[in-house]
Design a protein around this ligand. Structure first.
Ligand code: SF4
Ligand code: SF4
Length: 425
């Protein structure tokens, strides 16, 4: 970390000793997993810098923005519309939830058989190790799966300003109406927090900013279709993870810069892995920072990941918001339309997701799909069985993985992944 940020962390109320442990683990994992890769695009130096300053410079920037009156809103889900947040003069930050922390304390509040993502969100709060969470003026919880819904009842007692957003579970007219009403309620809450009303002008600008960020990621995704793949799945995942907390305009410029470089690499047939390396589409639960376990195991077993059908990936960034509206009402409708297409497994039935996996597998030239389910995640684990059956029937080899954030099963997973890759060859 470039500067001594300890005073800033202390002021935020972090547990400095526990935070040192977290940064140590994170730094070592990053070095072993990311910096040890060969043939990385030079543009990844930006993301290496972002990660080295993840609890430093970015937090200082956000706190400086706060001094000038801007607010910070934290989110756990891609259903929280960044367009509304930006238009109300706030910044949206993703709250990672990708590592186990303070598990003993967590299991005093949540059952042991709760998904690792939910447990992690509690662990970061109870362990006082997340400067994003501690800087947030509002945290948004969303009624998605049952685990999250019930967990927010308890989290409300731990964080200062929790806004619980109800979400539909069915893609019906009534479901859309509920989403619309909840986005209006969220807009009012964001305006109340910042004291800044959303106007047609600010909302249009915000839609364009978020669309630009998504378009840059779309560009990156399409370049990954080349063989040899010009960037590793790990590096592409990192860009998708940084999407959630970097300054939006700077993020867009950096990803566009990497895309220019990838185009040159493709022309020169320069890959992160040799041509004809087996190609994998990863599909399933979100992979929040610093959850890099599965892509690391896959890409050190002789395959390359060429797409993520995931909220930290294409499920989260897939569609743009129509920016042609002229009034706040018209643009709010466009925002609802855009987010109502997200095919999260909390919806029932959820046929769009299978269609999307098929579409992605074909577009990325994937030789096989690995379905990634977090332990105790009922929505995705339940869906993984019909997804596997349907894909196998169509001749797309599929491997179902169920795992957590621990490394205890790494050896066993690696053996299964290697056997699957052998089968693809
Ligand atoms: S998987 Fe569903 S609940 Fe989880 S972040 Fe994505 S949309 Fe939200
Ligand atoms: S991974 Fe599954 S169980 Fe966990 S929060 Fe997301 S949808 Fe819920």
């Amino acid at each position: 970390m470039g500067e001594d940020y300890r005073g800033m962390w202390r002021d935020l109320g972090l547990d400095l000793a526990a935070h040192d442990v977290l940064l140590g683990v994170l730094g070592n994992a990053y070095r072993d997993i990311f910096l040890s890769q060969k043939n990385r695009p030079e543009g990844m130096a930006y993301f290496d810098f972002v990660m080295s300053e993840v609890h430093g410079l970015r937090i200082r920037e956000l706190l400086d923005e706060k001094k000038s009156g801007r607010k910070i809103i934290g989110s756990y889900c891609v259903f929280v519309p960044e367009e509304i947040v930006l238009a109300a003069n706030a910044s949206l930050v993703g709250l990672c939830s990708g590592a186990d922390f303070a598990m003993e304390e967590v299991e005093r509040l949540l059952p042991r058989n709760t998904c690792p993502l939910i447990k992690s969100s509690f662990g970061f709060k109870l362990g006082r190790v997340c400067p994003y969470l501690e800087s947030a003026d509002m945290v948004v919880g969303e009624n998605t799966c049952d685990g999250k819904k019930k967990a927010y009842e308890t989290l409300g007692g731990l964080v200062g300003n929790l806004h619980v957003m109800d979400l539909p579970q069915v893609k019906s007219v009534q479901g859309r109406a509920l989403l619309k009403a909840e986005y209006e309620r969220f807009r009012a809450a964001a305006e109340k927090l910042t004291g800044v009303p959303v106007t047609a002008e600010t909302l249009k600008k915000a839609i364009k900013t978020v669309n630009a960020k998504r378009a840059a990621i779309h560009c990156l995704s399409s370049l990954r279709r080349a063989d040899p793949a010009p960037i590793s799945g790990l590096d592409a995942l990192l860009a998708n993870q940084v999407f959630f907390y970097d300054n939006p305009a700077r993020f867009t410029d950096s990803v566009n810069g990497i895309c220019d470089e990838l185009e040159r690499r493709i022309a020169e047939k320069k890959g992160a892995f040799p041509g004809k390396t087996p190609r994998i589409l990863l599909s399933g639960c979100p992979q929040a920072v610093p959850n890099w376990k599965l892509p690391f195991l896959v890409e050190t077993s002789g395959a390359v990941i060429v797409g993520e059908e995931s909220c930290v990936g294409e499920r989260g960034t897939r569609n743009l918001t129509d920016d042609s509206g002229e009034t706040v009402e018209e643009m709010m409708e466009a925002i609802v339309d855009r987010y109502f297409q997200v095919d999260c497994a909390i919806f029932t039935p959820n046929p769009d997701r299978l269609g999307h996996i098929r579409e992605m597998a074909a577009a990325c030239g994937a030789d096989g799909v690995i379905h990634y389910g977090l332990q105790f995640c009922q929505p995705y684990l339940m869906e993984s069985i019909p997804v596997e059956t349907a894909l196998e029937k169509e001749g797309i080899p599929t491997l179902r993985i169920e795992t957590d954030y621990g490394m205890e099963d790494a050896g066993q997973l690696k053996t299964r992944i290697q056997a699957f890759i052998e089968q693809l060859r």
